[in-house]
Design a protein around this ligand. Structure first.
Ligand SMILES: Cc1cc2nc3c(=O)[nH]c(=O)nc-3n(C[C@H](O)[C@H](O)[C@H](O)COP(=O)(O)OP(=O)(O)OC[C@H]3O[C@@H](n4cnc5c(N)ncnc54)[C@H](O)[C@@H]3O)c2cc1C
Length: 483
């Protein structure tokens, strides 16, 4: 065994460092569609129990110039945590303790390896919750939510990770630890926002070990409404009308006809009856409102009046409404929702953001490129990832990861969709991140800003050992990008 692994074992303990292939294998793939014969085995996996353990790992890794990749739940969909240049995986799930609940100030301090679900399991009996709510919450970690700048169900009301995060503890590539952020206050206008630089950095600048986040009172009552509109653009336009009225939506999702088909397919399988969808309605707007019952009822009335005036149709089948809500909350339901799909083929997505008025154009591109690259559609879903109407869209497809052509086509499709979104004044990834799939396109979105990012990378990680090959190649070559 080489010296570095002996040193790691001496520092952490024999049982918390492994170079055994059986232990490494789970860290060779994330959820991104990848040809099944291709995987990226790291050279070692380390299981830290505290921030100081991560400091020790980093110091040893730096001494040997060995790549280090933080690994949360492995649910990333862009290859963000794959050891493309070998190296050591830090498995953060072993660091999942709740460190402090400050009920007076509505803050929670937690280790970065805690899953989103475990955080809410802790908060719920105390009448509190953390509204960041990705569908992957049973496995995905709070540290990765920061590092991938994720979105979740309730973004339209509560925002994204940038709105929750108050401060965090980082371990730099030289093993030094520091706390950055705004203490427990919701804002600061002093200095640069170092903490914000880390949001979406995919573990390429530092490893986050502790986070203090805002938490909120658990809503006492929630009402789910499903509306049918002719197109997704109509649904997004309707959201503006609802906002103009002063209604404060808790969540707003728009699904296209393909997704609608899947929701009703599960309903069909369960009830043996077809769902009645009126002719001409190809999009589903799923809304929730929350609060005290009288407030909810008032808002329900306002929404109904607005939607009926626009001649949209309420889908008031209780079974489908319950099914839709469940689909946002259990991965088990995911499998039922896509009964003929996920069991045989993987789903992958182009995740782009466009301005609210350009939904039809990006949707046309989805139809065009899935046909061009012979990919079966799962369907499109629009989330609103920031307060107010702010579309972040998942254009999902099935990928047969036993078929190299299907995987190659998938990546061509993602590139084409990302470029299309950029052409529509949008962005090429809204929640998955660059990972290994978009790295060559980053110049197209960031233009000269990419050079500033590279300088920032070198300040945080001068020896380029943190998650190399993501966002930037190991050695930055300004000509290695599509322009
Ligand atoms: C079924 C399914 C549903 C999903 N639903 C959603 C959704 O609704 N919304 C959404 O936004 N995403 C969703 N995702 C994507 C995915 O869950 C998120 O990107 C999530 O943040 C990944 O978390 P993880 O803990 O699994 O991270 P990993 O996949 O392990 O890692 C992701 C990245 O974060 C870095 N990282 C992890 N921990 C740390 C740390 N402590 N310090 C520094 N870097 C770190 C890794 O190096 C890597 O770059 C879904 C994925 C699946 C499979």
């Amino acid at each position: 065994m080489s010296d570095i692994f002996i040193e790691l074992k001496n520092a952490l303990g024999e049982e918390r460092v492994s170079t055994n292939i059986i232990d490494l294998f789970p860290y060779s793939r994330d959820w991104s569609p990848m040809y099944h014969e291709k995987d990226y085995l790291p050279e070692a996996v380390c299981v830290p129990l505290c921030t100081d353990d991560i400091c020790k790992i980093m110091k040893i890794a730096l001494k040997y110039r060995k790549p280090v990749i933080a690994w949360g739940g492995g649910t990333g969909m862009g290859g963000d945590n794959l050891a493309v240049k070998g190296g050591i995986v830090i498995a953060t799930r072993s660091m999942s303790r709740i460190l402090e609940l400050d009920e007076t100030n509505y803050t929670l301090t937690v280790e970065a390896g805690a899953t989103i679900e475990s955080i809410n399991d802790f908060l719920e009996p105390r009448g509190l919750w953390f509204p960041h709510d990705p569908e992957s919450k049973p496995a995905s970690t709070i540290g990765a939510a920061m590092m991938c700048d994720n979105d979740g169900t309730f973004g339209i009301k509560y925002g994204g990770i940038v709105d929750y995060l108050l401060n965090c503890v980082l371990v730099l590539s030289n093993g030094e630890k520091l706390r950055v952020g705004q203490r427990k206050a919701a804002s600061t206008s002093s200095g640069y926002k170092t903490m914000w630089l880390l949001i979406g950095s995919e573990g390429t600048l530092a490893t986050v070990t502790e986070m203090t986040i805002r938490v909120f009172p658990l809503p006492r009552h929630r009402y789910v409404m499903l509306w049918l509109t002719p197109t997704m653009q109509d649904a997004v336009d309707a959201l503006y009308e609802i906002h103009k009225s002063g209604v404060w939506l808790e969540s707003a999702h728009v699904n296209d006809g393909y997704r609608l088909d899947y929701y009703t397919q599960a309903y069909r399988e369960k009830t043996g009856m077809p769902a009645k969808i009126p002719e001409g309605f190809g999009s589903l707007l799923a809304l929730t409102i929350a609060g005290d019952e009288d407030v909810v009822n008032f808002q329900k009335g306002k929404i109904t009046a607005i939607m009926e005036k626009m001649k949209y149709s309420l889908l008031d089948n209780e079974e489908i409404v319950r099914g839709w809500w469940a689909s946002k909350h259990t991965l088990q339901w995911e499998r039922n929702k896509w009964p003929s799909g996920q069991k045989q083929a993987k789903f992958g997505a182009a995740d782009v953001a466009v301005p609210p008025g350009r939904i039809n154009e990006i949707y046309d591109a989805y139809i065009r490129y899935t046909e061009k690259y012979k990919l079966k559609k799962v369907g499109a879903a629009i989330y609103n990832s920031r307060p107010h109407v702010s579309p972040s869209i998942s254009f999902a497809v099935y990928v047969d990861d036993h078929d190299k052509e299907s995987v190659d086509n998938f990546f061509s499709y993602v590139h084409a969709m990302s470029k299309e979104a950029l052409g529509l004044e949008g962005t090429m990834s809204s929640y998955i991140g660059d990972g290994i799939r978009l790295r060559r396109l980053t110049r197209l979105e960031h233009e000269k800003g990419l050079d500033i990012m590279w300088n920032i990378k070198k300040i945080f990680d001068p020896d380029l050992i943190l998650n190399p090959g993501k966002i930037f190649p190991k050695e930055f070559d300004p000509t290695d990008y599509e322009v």
